[in-house]
Ligand binder design. Structure first.
Ligand SMILES: [Zn+2]
Length: 287
């Protein structure tokens, strides 16, 4: 009896597929074990330090154009203060963020390099202590030239974050005004991105989101239990009244205040200051 060459080939192919499957399964299994061990080690590290084990790790670093880098260098104080290595990380993050979001100009507003760089830099400043800086809760960034009429609330707005539409809306004149005076604790871009990051951290489970939410809960508990501290905070008017509208506004106003006046914040309310620093893992020049 002769062997059929066709059935021999089919047998070889099936055997190869089976061996391939087994190899893939073993690979997935080993990867899972290694990931679990690394996650466990990081959890232990974070338990003692309240920080992620590392923040920056990139196979390749994206580049900005010469004009985009010039905008950062000339107009973004946080970037100017970083050392060369961190500047390179920051440019990579701004370039990555810019490319992953859809920027839309409304009411005749024309989106330029300046718009995309400064808006993205605001988001990347707030998440510079995070390993995952993607802010997936934001997919679209809509810019109006000036304040706009909101059909939802029937009032004029300077900006908002719409979690259902994954959209962050800003009026450009107010955005720039936020940076024009750098220490008045008013910054529209920081305020709206604070809302977006807050929502993002509620839904995500990465290490920075966990630290962010856990620490914010500690801060809320601190203010709820320490009447003297809370009254001092309200009476000082250091945080503007709007902060006490609800927890979301509290967080947004606290981040505006933290970024714009770190020295005064640390001096007047050190306990609150260090909680915010921990939430953002913000160990950068000036903070
Ligand atoms: Zn708000």
């Amino acid at each position: 009896m002769q062997n059929n060459p066709d059935s021999y080939y089919i047998g070889t192919i099936i055997l190869s597929i089976l061996i391939g499957l087994v190899v893939v399964l073993i690979f997935i299994f080993i990867r899972k074990i290694i990931t679990s061990i690394l996650d466990g080690l990081e959890m232990t590290y974070t338990f003692f330090t309240n920080r992620p084990a590392f923040v920056h790790f990139y196979m390749f670093r994206k580049k900005l154009t010469r004009n985009q880098t010039k905008i950062l260098t000339e107009q973004f104080t946080f970037y100017k203060r970083l050392d060369a290595e961190n500047k390179s990380y920051f440019r990579h993050r701004v370039a990555t963020f810019m490319q992953s979001k859809t920027f839309v100009g409304k009411a005749g507003f024309k989106v330029t390099d300046e718009t995309e760089v400064l808006v993205s830099a605001t988001a990347m400043m707030l998440t510079f202590g995070f390993r995952d800086f993607s802010i997936k809760a934001v997919k679209n960034i809509v810019i109006y030239p000036t304040k706009y009429f909101s059909e939802v609330n029937k009032v004029y707005h300077k900006g908002e974050f719409n979690v259902n539409l994954n959209t962050l809306v800003l009026s450009w004149d107010s955005f720039l005004e936020g940076y024009r005076i750098e220490d008045d604790k008013l910054n529209l871009g920081i305020h709206e991105f604070a809302h977006a990051i807050h929502f993002n951290c509620i839904y995500q489970e990465d290490i920075n989101s966990v630290i962010f939410i856990d620490t914010f809960n500690e801060l809320r508990a601190l203010l709820a239990n320490d009447e003297i501290l809370k009254n001092k905070l309200i009476a000082s008017e250091y945080l503007r009244q709007y902060a006490f509208t609800n927890d979301f506004e509290l967080l947004a106003v606290i981040l505006e205040t933290f970024i714009e006046t770190p020295r005064a914040f640390k001096h007047q309310f050190p306990l609150v200051y260090y909680k915010v620093k921990q939430m953002l893992n913000f160990n950068f020049p000036g903070y």
